[in-house]
Design a protein around this ligand. Structure first.
Ligand code: MNH
Length: 464
């Protein structure tokens, strides 16, 4: 017997007040900061609601019970939200933008997972240290002279790290006045994809966008060209082969591994790692530095830990994970500002979400991570910064599935260990070398691109 779930007595999903014909809930949105706008809506409307923009209806969830249920991998899987689907021209069937049903997703997942285990991080450690050293050489020129603009410098650092560990390809970020043209093209293409999803009214949209689309096509062709050159050079090189992500993919081709990827897919993986692997970690570092600069007690405790564990030496691989307090600062920063703020799930079958809301197979729900991370389940001080929340004794007693900065299930972030090792290493390096101070009058402003980053946040540095 089949039951039509839509006939069941189900509560309607609430929507914001003042819905208009055609425009729907568009006027309630701040187009430049949609996630922050949605997070505020969640606080007033509750843990699940829908938004209708033009004719597109989107269900958004942030309640712990809903997110826990959506984590059931038997009934739900990754959904490509409109914002992620818009990245397909950039990421193709690379890991992040692939549909789980595409064969290349599992092949790439099997092939690349070994490169992201905790032990694999050992092989990236020296490169990460080298790049952190380039940051401090660059910052030394500013120490005691002028404040540094944190987010753009963190973005230089993380792009450089993923470029070198992934593909042995330096972007020379700290030696340039202007960003590398590849970075301009990538940022332009990402911005284009985002604007195109949120600001394209049906029908007239395509005409209005024709010129912008053509410029974007040029950006993509340029990016593909750069990556294809890297791949070709590697294939033709007779010298020693670096051990990086690219080599893993090239070796699988040479050895006819069942999980081998073709050239077109390798290109999409390279671009995917450059995109997914840098702005998220950059934001995490920037928010952590922001909170350190705002909480003198936390800063003192973190600095004391670095001094106790690292002294004045360059840290070895094992010494990074020993910065337990710095790690908690990072975890708590990612709680308040999960820099990849949304992931989406779809029903694999007709089902009731959390036993209440009917979903048809293929229906999608967006998880609003910042709202989940500020849910009252975190306590009356949920919006306050407090790294002690991540003390082992507190983590142990906590409900599962209420902390999701890296997504969920088999489509969760493959780069999690990479990001954590890099971020803790860099925070330790900065605390070891500088007294940092924010500007007292600075008010946190969070810019939203594909990710979230503090904007206009500057630090004054003094060598210790
Ligand atoms: Mn990452 C997927 C957050 C760093 C590479 N990443 C995800 C998802 C989240 C996420 C959330 C799940 C998205 C979804 O379900 O649609 N990632 C982060 C955060 C950081 C981060 C908050 C840093 C902090 N990510 C990194 C780094 C890399 C990386 C560093 C690479 C070196 N992430 C990925 C890839 C995926 C992903 C690749 C897609 C994995 C898959 O679907 O198989």
């Amino acid at each position: 017997m089949t039951v039509d779930l839509l006939d069941a007595q189900a509560p309607a999903v609430p929507h914001p007040p003042h819905r208009l014909p055609l425009l729907g809930d568009l006027l309630g949105m701040r187009p430049r900061t949609p996630i922050q706008s949605i997070t505020e809506t969640a606080r007033t409307i509750g843990p699940i609601f829908e938004r209708k923009i033009f004719n597109r209806r989107i269900v958004l969830a942030s309640g712990p019970d809903l997110v826990a249920d959506l984590s059931d991998e038997k009934r739900f899987g990754k959904f490509l939200s409109p914002a992620v689907a818009a990245l397909r021209p950039i990421g193709g069937d690379g890991l992040f933008t692939a549909y789980s049903s595409e064969p290349n997703w599992r092949k790439a997942h099997n092939l690349l997972r070994p490169a992201f285990t905790q032990s694999a991080m050992r092989s990236y450690h020296q490169t990460m240290l080298d790049v952190a050293g380039e940051l401090t050489r660059y910052w030394d020129q500013h120490a005691g002279v002028a404040p540094v603009d944190v987010s753009p410098d963190m973005t230089k650092l993380t792009l450089e790290t993923i470029g070198r560990t992934g593909f042995s390809h330096p972007f020379d970020s700290f030696r340039r006045e202007r960003p590398h043209p590849f970075v301009d093209a990538m940022v332009g293409a990402l911005r284009h994809a985002q604007l195109r999803t949120f600001l394209a009214p049906p029908v007239v949209g395509d005409l209005l966008w024709r010129n912008a689309d053509r410029r974007n096509e040029q950006r993509l062709q340029y990016m593909f060209g750069v990556v294809d050159d890297v791949i070709r050079e590697r294939r033709e090189s007779t010298g020693p082969r670096p051990e990086d992500l690219l080599e893993l993919m090239m070796r699988a081709q040479r050895e006819q591994d069942p999980d081998q990827l073709d050239d077109r897919n390798i290109r999409f993986q390279v671009i995917t790692f450059l995109v997914a692997g840098h702005e998220t970690t950059s934001g995490a570092l920037s928010f952590a530095l922001y909170y350190l600069s705002r909480h003198p007690d936390v800063l003192a405790q973190a600095t004391a830990e670095v001094d106790a564990v690292w002294g004045t030496e360059r840290p070895g691989f094992e010494q990074v994970a020993k910065l337990r307090y710095v790690r908690r600062v990072l975890d708590e920063s990612l709680r308040l500002w999960p820099t990849a703020p949304v992931y989406a799930r779809e029903a694999k079958q007709d089902t009731l979400l959390a036993g209440r809301y009917p979903m048809k197979a293929g229906d999608g729900v967006l998880v609003i991570i910042p709202a989940l991370h500020r849910d009252p389940i975190w306590g009356p001080d949920a919006t306050e910064f407090n790294p002690d929340r991540f003390l082992p004794e507190h983590v142990k007693g906590r409900a599962p599935h209420i902390y999701k900065p890296f997504g969920t299930g088999e489509r969760a972030c493959i780069g999690r260990q990479f990001a954590i090792h890099e971020a803790v290493l860099v925070l330790g390096t900065i605390l070891q070398r500088y007294h940092i101070a924010g500007e007292p009058e600075y008010q946190l402003r969070v810019a939203e691109r594909l990710t979230m980053l503090p904007e206009g946040f500057r630090l004054t540095l003094r060598r210790r």
